[in-house]
Design a protein around this ligand. Structure first.
Ligand SMILES: NC(=O)c1ccc[n+]([C@@H]2O[C@H](COP(=O)([O-])OP(=O)(O)OC[C@H]3O[C@@H](n4cnc5c(N)ncnc54)[C@H](O)[C@@H]3O)[C@@H](O)[C@H]2O)c1
Length: 385
């Protein structure tokens, strides 16, 4: 197990999201979950923690100890199995059954304790049971901490299609406890880095259209430097990197909670990434598929004369420094027909075209509403196979 770095101060990043009456509170730091008691007046007495066996074995006691400090709290746990497809109907029903068996009411609270699979599944259950229970997200993967637990999108897979069932339902409290990253396998850490790199590639667009402010150095430059410094769970900059991603995402969500405009830019690399994740689910996790999707997005942009080859080389180098995939191995082949079937289930699709997020001639800037027809995409994909 790695030792977490030196980040003991708990940072608060509270933000008002327009369709909520209240603020969304985000606590970040090593040991942040011990502060849950400070917010207990918002959450009733009954809590259901939804997690997976492996995470429970490592960290459940830690979270439970914090919850037990809330006077008269009643804590239930549902351990879903490891190594299975989590975001499906069977696990959703398991959550509903547990809520009913334990007589949860509208004042009670569900806690999603795990990676993005857990927060996506739990968020959907919380938004639908009794038309909405209190929700706290306690993400335990890097990808969950910088992305999946923020913004209120949840999702279930249906008949092989990713996230086609879901709602937008904001958690009231998000606890980013860096302690939990100590047990994360390096492959999962790198998967989180793919989404962190994605933020660096949309930073200037977000800064132009929301209240997010860029620092003196671009996020891309910061990450490039870190990629040569063995950036990992122990690095003293980890907390700042996470906070920067959170600021970008929270400001984007505050501007566009219903995913109509600027929020689309967060999908950079995801249209193609989802296809690779679905076609080669045994080979790539979400972050790895996004890494490939980013490369494809940059190559698509080049194909459409919107950027230059130098950018493709730069971004390929950065992803490679974090051991992320940058091309498909020869054994992972696909036909256009298979590719198109998955692509057509993309949520960013309108009747005749798909909206792509296209990198522009400066790193950090994207066009997040670039419509392409299926035949245009087919022509591009055929240049890649
Ligand atoms: N809703 C959103 O906005 C959003 C954004 C990005 C991704 N997602 C979703 O998130 C999912 C991917 O999330 P993920 O990358 O966190 O993967 P994950 O939830 O599948 O977790 C990866 C693995 O790490 C294990 N794990 C979790 N925490 C651990 C810890 N602290 N120590 C050791 N092992 C741990 C899990 O058990 C699992 O085996 C996808 O389903 C994706 O669609 C959602």
């Amino acid at each position: 197990m790695h030792k977490p770095g030196h980040f003991d101060l708990i940072t608060n990043l509270n933000i008002a999201i327009p369709y909520h009456n209240d603020e969304i509170r985000v606590l970040i730091g090593n040991g942040a979950s011990s502060k849950i008691i400070n917010y207990s007046q918002n959450f009733g007495k009954k809590f259901l923690i939804i997690t997976q066996s492996k995470i429970a074995e490592l960290w459940l006691n830690h979270l439970q100890t914090s919850l037990e400090k809330i006077p008269h709290s009643i804590i239930k746990t549902l351990n879903l199995p490891d190594g299975i497809i989590l975001k499906d109907q069977k696990n959703l029903l398991a959550i509903y059954n547990c809520l009913q068996a334990n007589e949860f009411s509208k004042d009670d609270t569900i806690i999603a304790f795990g990676g993005g699979d857990i927060t996506d599944l739990t968020g959907f259950a919380a938004s639908t049971y009794l038309r909405g229970l209190n929700l706290i997200n306690v993400p335990t993967t890097l990808l969950g901490q910088i992305d999946a637990s923020i913004g209120g999108k949840n999702g279930l897979n249906w008949q092989g299609h990713k996230n086609v069932i879901g709602t937008i339902y904001q958690p009231q409290l998000i606890i980013i406890d860096l302690k939990y990253l100590a047990s994360l396998p390096s492959r999962e850490f790198n998967a989180g880095m793919a989404e962190i790199i994605k933020y660096s590639l949309i930073e200037e667009t977000i800064s132009r259209e929301t209240n997010y402010q860029m620092g003196p150095k671009s996020f891309y430059e910061v990450l490039t430097k870190l990629s040569y410094e063995n950036f990992n769970i122990n690095h003293p900059s980890l907390k700042d990197i996470i906070i920067n991603c959170l600021k970008m995402k929270l400001n984007t969500i505050a501007k566009d909670p219903y995913d109509q405009n600027i929020r689309h830019c967060l999908n950079l690399g995801h249209s193609f990434g989802h296809v690779f994740e679905a076609l080669f689910s045994k080979d790539f996790n979400h972050g790895e598929a996004v890494s490939l999707g980013i490369i494809y997005a940059f190559k698509l942009s080049y194909y459409l004369n919107q950027n230059n080859v130098e950018q493709i080389n730069q971004i390929t180098g950065l992803l490679q420094n974090f051991h992320l995939p940058i091309k498909l191995n020869a054994n992972l082949s696909f036909t256009w027909e298979k590719f198109a079937t998955v692509l057509k289930s993309d949520k960013k699709r309108s009747t005749h075209s798909l909206n792509f997020v296209l990198p522009l001639s400066k790193l950090g800037l994207v066009n997040y509403k670039y419509p392409l027809t299926l035949s245009q995409i087919e022509a591009f994909i055929k240049t890649m196979t």
